[in-house]
Design a protein around this ligand. Structure first.
Ligand code: H2U
Ligand code: ZN
Length: 352
């Protein structure tokens, strides 16, 4: 077990950025903001929820009486299809100091199930497999559009993350240019492949599995670990065991493995403070422009904001905004905490 209890920095080879780790600081007192804990007793159906089956959304559209996953075009999309944009893109400034480019795309919302009250770890294996298959089909369908170069699948969970509705759902933004985060990671992975003749995440995964100290759980298809360079206190990465680039490359059994690891990790998250654990999570996959992205290795990032309890969050402010990210708790300690938790969801245990 690595014991580094003095300040140091760690390198993230995926983004090629550094994070400052200050383990000696974890015990400082907290007199700051205390968050509200999320409501526990949600109804299975909420007549005022715009995502529940049969209910009305903005603009008067009615949701069908869906029984599995449900996908719809976001009624307030951040990006528009080329034919929806009337402005002449040539009017945009394009010089080194005033650079702008048009961005096209399609934004969708994916409801996980008709149930207003059940999050990923509370859904069955079959139900989460349906969610994974929906994300995969959406990646394929939207990725095939000529104006789409990248399909970002993500979930924003919890009021603390700015999520507007507790009804379990994710979003998909399919856009015409590779966004910043995947762009950095694609470049780093391509360069690593060129330099070492092997895949960055294949090599990293092999080493992490050998060391074991940051691994939380795994199955035949995926390993869940706290990355060596984690920024958020309980950040987790799910890494595909096989060198696959995208959701669309997964075999039927890998889809099951992915659903399994998602359920197990989110159950551990909820069990950590016995609340519905907030986070932003998302997939990093290959662009859909037909290019070859041999270095790209499918993975999922979970970025949860909570630090030491259900009510004390990590703020990315001050030094983080102006200099570089910093963390107190070491990734090894976070992994140990998560590893020690049950995979039986506390609410299901209480209900039994
Ligand atoms: P969050 O995942 O951040 O809660 O966002 C939910 C999305 O749902 C948000 O992008 C969309 C919002 O634009 N939405 C609709 O498409 N229709 C509605 O009637 C309300 C919200
Ligand atoms: Zn609902």
């Amino acid at each position: 077990m690595m014991t580094l209890d003095y300040p140091h920095r760690r390198f993230n080879p995926l983004t090629r950025e550094w994070v400052l780790v200050s383990p000696h600081r974890a015990r400082r007192p907290w007199l700051g903001q205390v968050e509200k804990t999320p409501g526990e007793d949600l109804p299975a159906y909420d007549p005022t929820c715009y995502l529940c089956p049969g209910n009305e959304r903005a603009g008067g559209i009615k949701n069908p009486e869906y029984t599995s996953t449900f996908v719809f075009d976001n009624d307030f999309p951040a990006v528009l299809r080329p034919e929806q944009v009337e402005q002449n893109p040539a009017a945009l400034p394009d010089s080194p100091l005033f650079a702008a480019k048009p961005e096209y795309g399609t934004a969708r919302v994916v409801c996980f199930s008709p149930r207003h009250d059940l999050t990923l770890p509370e859904l069955s294996q079959e139900q989460v497999e349906a969610v994974v298959r929906t994300w995969t089909e959406q990646t394929r369908e939207l990725g095939a559009r000529d104006y789409v170069r990248y399909v970002q699948v993500f979930e924003n969970k919890g009021a603390m993350m700015g999520c507007s509705n507790p009804h379990p759902h994710s979003q998909i933004w399919a856009v015409s240019q590779v966004p910043n985060e995947p762009a950095k990671e694609l470049a780093a992975q391509a360069e690593y492949l060129k330099e070492h003749g092997s895949c960055l995440l294949c090599d990293y995964l092999e080493e992490e599995r050998r060391l074991g100290e940051r691994v939380i759980a795994e199955n035949g298809g995926f390993t869940a670990l706290v990355p060596f360079w984690a920024v958020w206190p309980f950040e987790v990465m799910l890494v595909a065991r096989r060198h696959s680039a995208s959701l669309t490359d997964l075999t039927v059994s890998e889809v099951s493995f992915l659903a399994d690891i998602i359920r197990r990790i989110t159950a551990r998250y909820d069990n950590l403070f016995e609340i519905s654990f907030p986070y932003s999570m998302g997939f990093h996959q290959a662009p859909t422009d037909g290019g070859r992205y041999e270095g790209q290795h499918l993975h999922v990032h979970f970025y949860p904001p909570l630090l030491r309890s259900a009510t004390v969050r990590k703020f990315m402010v001050g030094y983080e905004m102006l200099a570089m990210p910093q963390r107190d708790l070491t990734p090894e300690t976070a992994a140990e905490r998560l590893r020690g938790l049950s995979e039986q969801h506390y609410r299901l245990v209480k209900a039994a």
